[in-house]
Design a binder for this molecule. Structure first.
Ligand SMILES: [Fe+2]
Ligand SMILES: [Fe+2]
Length: 171
């Protein structure tokens, strides 16, 4: 991941989402250990984009769905923030927030909903959804085993898209 191949092309697919306050706010939520929801989602989106391009699949849907798949936007360790089971419920919360943020294709909606399959109930209905489901598990494993620190991908983002700009930090 060091060279971040095709990163500008990847950013071009998700530029509007990376600019949004909702996606940026994931940088304030821990997800896997100290890895934030933002860095995990950027990692999943980029690897999904690369894999989908290699496999000649819909890389835009893979990148967008990957970036939004964990957009649940609450502290998962706060039981009052989510009454049910985080593992089963968060794809639906992510889809609700993603639907408010942008117009999603049916494929992108299913990518978000099915990313916990077979643990959760929604089944992937496209190759791209199955790919993002697999990449999510792979990235989570690499993060939890501390094989790769996804925060390193931020170095390849344009300054204006970094999640915590000086203005946000001051807010
Ligand atoms: Fe998730
Ligand atoms: Fe995830």
């Amino acid at each position: 991941m060091g060279a971040a191949i095709n990163f500008p092309h990847f950013v071009g697919q998700v530029n509007d989402l990376l600019s949004s306050s909702q996606v940026r706010s994931m940088s304030r939520l821990c997800h896997h250990g100290k890895v934030t929801c933002y860095d995990h989602s950027l990692f999943v989106a980029y690897v999904s984009f690369r894999a989908a391009r290699f496999l000649k699949l819909d890389y835009r849907a893979a990148a967008r769905g990957g970036l939004l798949h964990d957009l649940y936007l609450y502290n998962s360790r706060d039981k009052s923030a989510h009454p049910g089971w985080q593992c089963f419920d968060h794809p639906e919360a992510a889809l609700r927030n993603a639907d408010r943020l942008t117009e999603l294709s049916d494929k992108e909606r299913n990518i978000i909903l099915s990313h916990m399959w077979p643990v959760a109930k929604y089944r992937p209905r496209s190759k791209e959804a199955a790919l993002v489901d697999f990449v999510d598990t792979l990235c989570a494993t690499l993060e939890l085993c501390r094989v790769y620190r996804p925060i390193r991908l931020r170095a390849h983002l344009p300054q204006a898209l970094l999640p915590q700009s000086a203005a946000e930090a001051a807010a």
